[in-house]
Design a protein around this ligand. Sequence first.
Ligand code: TXA
Ligand code: MG
Length: 334
Amino acid sequence: MSQAGLAGRLTKILGRAGVCREEIEKAARIIRGGGLVAFPTETVYGLGANALDEDAVARIYEAKGRPSDNPIIVHVCGIEMAETAAELNQQARKLMEKFWPGPLSLVLKSLPVVPEKTRGGLETVAVRMPDNETALALIEAAGVPIAAPSANISGRPSPTDAQSVRDDLGESVAMVLDGGPAQVGLESTVLDVTGERPVLLRPGGISKEAIEAELGVEVLLPQSEAEKKRSPGTRYRHYAPNLPLILEKKTAEFWPEIASLGKTWAWLGVKNPPLAPEGKITFADTEEYARGLFRALRVLENSGVEIIIAEVPEGGGIAAALKDRLNRASGASD
Ligand code: TXA
Ligand code: MG
């Protein structure tokens, strides 16, 4: 695209975004120079670097304290840019056309241009086009795909606003673009489409059911330990708050047992708890619960209570993703 065309597109995009054009251009210069920029997406905030520059990507691992075998999602501003990093197949194209921009990361065979560091040593690379104008303007202005994990210290709840990024990463990130609170609040769906059947490596904003409806085939869940290892991130305990998180069980003993602990506790959920808590964050519905979970965990861990008790949502769609994150945060999986 010509400079004039790019400027026009940026102005159009940024007319709708909360971040001004000078900030985007400054951030793009930092990315091109090998530095780190935190930026909003519709899911959670990302910690971005030039995906094709292995020294820049090394800085991401360092800032997050991330295990180096955990690959990083490559963010693109369109299907054409995805084609420069990965080998697209028919399933991938279909899903991109239907769900992009949106919270769906597709694991594909990597092209050699993507450094091993970005791929965590795998032969594959995950690509995603975020549904956020600031993120798209940044990628377009940088002119390179941007590798970005969630912008938290490894193991902490993902940041869904700029302040959470600053709280975790402070000085180690050159710039934080503030796009306000994230719309979805949970990380993207990660789907491996390298095999005959797609495999859901992480549930997220695009549901298993929606993917199956689009492809007309069943989406598999990782069956074996070997398959689980295809998404190295799922091996680590994640999203953990500094306080014990207990998931509500629908048993007769659950609440009497909580009462007998004699601890101060806070409640997180859509409904109200049967006992009076010391602290409480309730949400209008499951979507709002998903959007607010990570922020709520961060707020409650500074509220003085000893434990957090959370309602577990039922059903598919975003409820499945929320349940997955609650399980991880409570240490119930992994
Ligand atoms: O919504 C999101 O996906 C956010 C925003 C910033 O885009 N990013 C995010 O990145 O959640 P991160 O690094 O926190 O989680 C990426 C997950 C990890 O579990 C990682 O192991 C998996 O995706 N992943 C990345 N590349 C992969 C690959 N080539 N094969 C299998 N899993 C991969
Ligand atoms: Mg993460």
